[in-house]
Design a protein around this ligand. Sequence first.
Ligand code: CP
Length: 317
Amino acid sequence: MRSFAGRDILSLKDFERNEFFRVFEVAAELEPIARNRRNVDLLREKTLVTAFYQPSTRTRLAHEAAMLRLGGAVTGFADAKMTRAGDFYQESIKDTVKMLEFYGDVIVMRHFQIGAPHEAAQWASIPVINGGDGWGEHPTQILTDLYTVLREKGTIDGLRWVAVGDMRMRTMHSLGYALTQFDCPITFVAPPGMEMPDSYKEDFMAMGLDFDFADHVGDVIGDADVILVEPTVQPDYSKSRDERKGELPTTPDNYKITKDLLVNKAKSDAILLHSLPRMDEIPPDVDITRWSRYWQEAFNGVVMRMALLALVLGAME
Ligand code: CP
């Protein structure tokens, strides 16, 4: 297996099956630290730099919380408008990263441009973690989701997935790449205009993913062991910030997971994932049903980032 030490985490396209399992092993080993709300000194001499050019609640704070749990320090920015990249100078990714690499030992970057973290990784002498790049990928979120499935179901192989939402969304692309390494058929359910882009379909086919498409979640939810949902009402991820304007549409029934739908059609032991934030695609009364796992997913988001930071900084091999 390739070493994780010093490695960038940019995409799940190049992740090998045994590497997924190594990340899950390390996460399981570190999980008790987070569960017991302890801070240890595994990364005492290391600093995380957060470079967020788009808003985030979970990805930035989960990485920061993970670093603090492991005894490291955190610096960075949550709003590029407060930096020279977001003012008159529009400072380039290269020039910004050539500064950030001296301020810490690992960078986690979220950006509105596809491939921005990949470009940062070309210039940085320290590992770069992709915290979401435009409509590209969101590898650490899907590692979190797979770890959640493993913890909740005891396996990943052999489970059938249904993914509902906007297939232009970065999580969906990382999910497709990840599932090529497992025995997991998946059905994608997306509104017209939000279908899976051809380039990803071509990659999934070439990499052997067993996938198909459906128009209505109600037609396929009964077969699912894992139901992963993303909004269909959402901002433009190619913008640094997309303010809400006017009346928003509501989510059509085809892409909505209601309590009635779960009670009447879902397998009794299926699990429901949503990386959040949500709009109306999962109403709050679903939260206390036996299917929901998104709060466990949120906890695991910290655990997964602990594992990735420990691995890329060489504290765990
Ligand atoms: N799921 C996710 O990426 O959330 P944030 O946008 O809050 O980071």
